[in-house]
Design a protein around this ligand. Structure first.
Ligand code: HXC
Length: 254
């Protein structure tokens, strides 16, 4: 990652911040993008402890104009963009029959549309500058499974998985840009943990559903993403890596 430029959306907390820290430790110049400038500035201070160069950008992945501005600002500051992590997400638990149209649209706009807006803008930049970069999309195992209580997020993540594979073929063939996905299971200290495991009982049940008997850590996800951006992963394209302690395979109480 030495001197590479990486954009992490949702980079001020949880998994996004852990990824930004890991990339900074590995020598990258890191752009953290998010809605809350104060949170971004706090994260910048933390990440700079590793001597990394950090550029916080206040934006919302739902707004294509702000994404254009972000790409311009990164270009003006660092002169290149090598990697993008589409990590920003929005989620809440709601029974499908109770979900309002606006609730549905809000999550679809953040997760599905936001991932496309960021990928297409950064992708165009990479194509124009002949950069053989890479993109990682953060999804969830319910992209191909079932997401009871989160039909908006499950539907959006399924779309992002299809987007990952489609862009991997289109851009891999023509431009050498690799696009992959990571499907984390339950990860501690994340927005998902705060939003989805609303009680200690729910958290304990979640832990029991994981064969390894624990939650994953944001640092473990960051390590996988760092690997996907490394030269060693140069032949990985259009793949989705599950990192869930085996949770999605755990069907029988043996
Ligand atoms: C029912 C809800 C609701 C809830 C919001 N809505 N929360 N409906 N139950 N708990 C509805 C609102 O009533 C409204 O519809 C519509 O959604 C939009 O709500 P707003 O609050 O106006 O939206 P906004 O301010 O844009 O905030 C977006 C958000 C918010 C998604 C609701 O929570 C957010 O910004 N989240 C970002 C962080 C986040 O969620 N991280 C978790 C990601 S975890 P009406 O009809 O009333 O107008 C993840 C993967 C987990 O994605 C995987 C685990 C394995």
């Amino acid at each position: 990652m030495k001197d590479k430029v990486v954009i992490v959306t949702g980079g001020s907390s949880g998994m996004g911040k852990a990824m930004a820290m890991r990339f900074a430790k590995d020598g990258a110049r890191v752009v953290i993008a998010g809605r809350d400038l104060e949170k971004l500035n706090n994260a910048k201070e933390e990440i700079e402890q590793f001597d990394g160069q950090v550029l916080p950008i206040a934006m919302d992945v739902r707004d294509p104009e702000l994404i254009k501005n972000m790409v311009n600002e990164v270009d003006q500051t660092f002169g290149t963009i090598d990697f993008l992590v589409n990590n920003a997400a929005g989620n809440f638990i709601c029974a499908a029959e109770d979900l309002s149209v606006n609730g549905w649209n809000t999550v679809i706009n953040i997760v599905l549309n936001g991932t496309f807006y960021c990928s297409s803008e950064v992708g165009r930049y990479m194509i124009q500058h002949k950069i053989k970069g890479a993109i990682t999309n953060i999804i969830a195992t319910y992209a191909w499974d079932a997401g009871p209580g989160v039909i908006h997020s499950a539907s959006a993540k399924a779309g992002v998985l299809a987007m990952t594979r489609t862009l991997a073929v289109e851009w891999g063939r023509k431009y050498g840009i690799r696009v992959n996905a990571i499907a984390p299971g339950p990860i501690e200290r994340t927005g998902g943990a705060a939003k989805l495991w609303l009680s200690e009982e729910l958290e304990n049940r979640t832990i029991q559903s994981v064969p390894l008997g624990r939650l994953g850590t944001p640092e473990e996800i960051a390590g996988l993403c760092a690997y996907l951006f490394s030269n060693e992963a140069g032949y990985i394209n259009g793949s989705c890596f599950t990192m869930d302690g085996g949770q999605s395979l755990h069907q029988y109480p043996f």
